[in-house]
Design a protein around this ligand. Structure first.
Ligand code: NAD
Length: 313
């Protein structure tokens, strides 16, 4: 097995990481997954943990060493405090976690010979208030909440280490990603769960918009970047999403339709920094360079997620 076929994923026990690990193993890659989740609680990886081509490292990204990375061609950095609502309550923890993890990893990557790609999962939230739509890779970052700031700061560190040390960075930014095994703290999950239980659906704000992506589309984009010739993707940033803009009110109605229960929709105030937020990404660069094309519309993504949520009853 050459380093070419060895990928290390940080945050592998989470929603994105477990899906990416599964897809890469299916393609014949060797995968090392690193996470702070104890192996006995890595429930999203119950099948993968015993696979010969999968190795689980129970460790924080903050303590990563070059020896952990040696022999891997690609590092995919997904480990993060990824919950925007928690970041309002715990901004210092979120910022330290997301920046410190990135710096530790960058310091290890720059000392590791085998690594030819270091891919980071950025967030569309980093953009903040869009100056124009669709948002493309040239758009400036003006984060409007602590989580967005932590991701933007981590991304800036990545760019700095690329310029200073030649770290082979790739940034793939997405908006809200949904699908089976998604985090239950994300509003789409909470809405679907509430509708399923006949409870009212609580919308924070309503007129702000999102570009919603289905997990399979995002994993496909990550794999396209992993497989692309390094000279085409290293040092590049990509937006990946559906390319479609929907208001939070529209998405709430789609969740209600997907479950088919006519529960009331209640409106409460906007989250800090949310009022006026608009989001629709240009996926042109991802299409041109990676060959990415979204295959699942936001409405279809919600339907597929609703099918999974039903199975949890
Ligand atoms: N899901 C989305 O909607 C979305 C959108 C844009 C960007 N992202 C980014 O994608 C990445 C993955 O998101 P997700 O939805 O899979 O989140 P997740 O919370 O499901 O997974 C994150 C994983 O990282 C692990 N982790 C946290 N701190 C760690 C540390 N110090 N060391 C090692 N592991 C650690 C957690 O245990 C968890 O398993 C994150 O970086 C997130 O910011 C997610």
């Amino acid at each position: 097995m050459t380093a070419e076929q060895r990928v290390l994923i940080t945050g592998v026990a989470g929603f994105g990481g477990s899906n990416l690990a599964r897809a890469l193993l299916n393609l014949g890659y060797s995968v090392t997954g690193l996470d702070i989740t104890p192996p006995g609680h890595a429930n999203l990886l119950s099948n993968e943990l015993s696979m010969p081509k999968f190795r689980y490292v129970w460790k924080s990204v903050q303590d990563i060493q070059p020896g952990d990375l040696e022999g891997h061609s690609t590092i995919v950095h997904l480990a993060a405090q990824a919950d925007a609502p928690l970041a309002f309550e715990s901004p210092r923890y979120t910022v330290l976690q997301n920046i410190e993890g990135m710096i530790a990893l960058l310091e290890a990557v720059r000392r590791t010979e085998s690594v030819s790609k270091f891919m980071f999962a950025g967030s569309g939230n980093e953009i903040g208030r869009a100056a124009y739509l669709p948002i493309d890779e040239a758009h400036p970052l003006t984060p409007h909440n602590p989580y967005a700031f932590s991701k933007a700061a981590a991304e800036m560190a990545l760019e700095t280490w690329r310029l200073a040390y030649g770290v082979p960075s790739i940034v793939v930014r997405t908006g809200v990603v949904i699908g089976p095994n998604m985090r239950r703290e994300v509003f789409i999950f909470k809405w679907l769960w509430n509708v399923l239980h006949g409870k009212s659906l609580v919308v924070e704000g309503g007129r702000q918009t999102r570009d919603l992506a289905f997990i399979d589309d995002v994993v496909r984009a990550w794999i396209l970047a992993i497989q692309a010739p390094p000279e085409e993707v290293v040092g590049q940033k990509f937006f990946v999403g559906s390319g479609q803009e929907y208001s939070i009110d529209d998405l709430a109605r789609m969740c209600r339709d997907a479950i088919g229960a006519n529960v009331p929709i209640e409106h409460v105030g906007y989250r800090p920094g949310e009022e006026g937020h608009r989001e629709a990404f240009s996926v042109e660069k991802a299409r041109r360079v990676l060959g990415y094309a979204p295959q699942v519309s936001p409405r279809e993504a919600i339907k597929k997620t609703a099918e999974w949520v039903r199975t949890l009853l």
